[in-house]
Design a binder for this molecule. Structure first.
Ligand code: DGP
Length: 124
């Protein structure tokens, strides 16, 4: 069974302009906006404009132009938000599927920074 994209997910509505967002960056194939429930001083979500459920879906099926644009958008967000790793750095998180506890089924990379973030995962 392949990937199935739900066009009624909240980020699809943001992309259609049906609900507002606090945009940090928009490019041809990507959009970056602030998380509604920030967990760090910098908490930006970077999403592709295309209908991809998760990072693995995107990595398997997106065009090279989309992949380059999305990757560069993440880099630009780090520079814009001052969280590049030549400074104090940040964390990139992309939850996928049920084990990954993904709440919104449209690929998003969380860019988190502006404070020490602790270890990657809590103890099991
Ligand atoms: P995840 O659990 O990785 O699927 O994260 C979903 C994130 O999306 C979560 O940090 C909260 C955020 N979020 C949910 N609804 C909205 C919304 O309507 N606007 C914005 N900006 N963020 C949202």
């Amino acid at each position: 069974m392949g990937y199935s994209y739900d066009p009624e997910n909240i980020f699809a509505k943001i992309l259609r302009g049906d609900i507002p967002n606090d945009t940090v960056l928009e490019t041809e194939h990507s959009l970056a906006f602030r998380d509604l429930y920030p967990q760090a001083p910098v908490h930006v979500l970077v999403i592709p404009k295309g209908p991809y459920v998760s990072y693995d879906h995107f990595a398997q099926e997106a065009t090279e132009a989309e992949i380059v644009d999305f990757t560069r958008a993440i880099g630009k967000v780090c520079a814009l938000e001052g969280v590049d790793s030549h400074g104090e750095g940040c964390r990139f998180i992309s939850n996928a599927g049920s084990h990954g506890v993904q709440e919104v089924p449209h690929l998003h990379v969380h860019v988190l920074g502006g404070r020490p973030l602790g270890r990657m995962l809590p103890p099991a």
